[in-house]
Design a protein around this ligand. Structure first.
Ligand SMILES: C[S@@+](CC[C@H](N)C(=O)[O-])C[C@H]1O[C@@H](n2cnc3c(N)ncnc32)[C@H](O)[C@@H]1O
Length: 277
């Protein structure tokens, strides 16, 4: 448990995507996996939910398909991924669109070096990614980021993705992101967002997640934010156009042969797509 740190969450997600690469559609995720991550992965499945890796693989496919469709229609667009972690979305776009990833400095450093190595070795295709360092839990840093992005986007259609981030942020930072970044995107832009709803907090897998995080990370001031549908539905300048959750997506995968009991034991995150209107 001591080996688990906040920075490891990106590695874990890569490991989940690698385990179900044909579902996640991320054929590069295995590059991040080593024995230590494999053993953390197994620990999470035991302690939190047996379907955690599958749920993340479905989440990855959901956003790969949607971002591909968006950039096929908007080859002049910009892809902004807040807290991109060790994801690979730019590698799946057929057109060379501008990609901006915002993260902590240590994650950017790790990813920049690994991508340079894997591009040289031919393991991944070459893509230009602009990395920006920002503490997304700091409202004034987010305001500065919003101004910087506004200039960089230069009115081009944008796909803004926030996957596996909002749970870790305080409410003030979440409000600032939606008010100052999402609401100022050019018309027709899209926002992909992932969050937990209040009803999920009474489920056993969610309670196990919080116990695990409290034990493993020892956070002094952890917030674990949840967001309900009415928040998304009421956002000024944004229209909610799609919502699903991982239980629903797994339920649609009959070939996986999962039983009702498996789905009841899932940690249920909700996925949203909004359009800038
Ligand atoms: C669960 S991972 C998700 C990564 C990626 N979005 C994905 O789905 O693969 C959470 C990421 O959020 C980043 N993160 C958490 N808090 C942050 C903050 N305050 N500022 C910037 N990044 C943060 C972590 O560094 C980590 O990479």
């Amino acid at each position: 448990m001591e080996r688990f740190t906040a920075e490891k969450t990106g590695h874990l997600i890569a490991s989940y995507r690698a385990r179900f690469a044909s579902i996640s559609l991320d054929q590069f995720a295995h590059l991040w996996v080593d024995d230590e991550i494999e053993s953390l992965h197994a620990e999470i499945l035991t302690h939190i939910s047996n379907c955690e890796d599958l749920a993340h693989a479905l989440r990855s496919r959901f956003f790969i398909q949607r971002t591909q469709r968006f950039f096929d229609a908007h080859p002049d667009g910009v892809f902004v991924n807040l807290a991109a972690g060790l994801s690979h979305y730019p590698l799946f776009l057929s057109k060379p669109v501008i990609c901006i990833e915002v993260e902590r400095p240590d994650v950017i450093d790790l990813k920049r070096k690994a991508f340079a190595r894997w591009t040289d070795s031919g393991d991944i295709p070459s893509r230009a990614i602009e990395f920006i360092t920002c503490d997304l839990d700091d409202s004034s840093a987010v305001s500065e980021l919003a101004n910087d992005l506004h200039r960089r986007l230069d009115n081009r259609p944008t796909y803004l993705l926030m996957e596996g981030l909002l749970f870790y942020l305080q409410r003030a930072a979440i409000d600032t992101i939606f008010d100052q970044i999402a609401r100022r995107l050019p018309m027709g832009s899209r926002v992909g967002s992932v969050s937990f709803e209040t009803w999920t907090t009474s489920t056993r897998p969610y309670q196990r997640l919080i116990e695990f995080f409290d034990r493993a990370l020892h956070p002094e001031d952890a917030v674990y934010s949840v967001i309900d549908d009415d928040f998304y539905a009421a956002l000024p300048g944004l229209r909610l156009i799609e919502k699903t959750n991982c239980a629903q997506m797994i339920g649609e995968e009959a070939s996986l042969g999962l039983q009702r009991e498996d789905i009841d034991e899932m940690l249920i995150e909700s996925l949203y797509v909004l359009e800038r209107i």
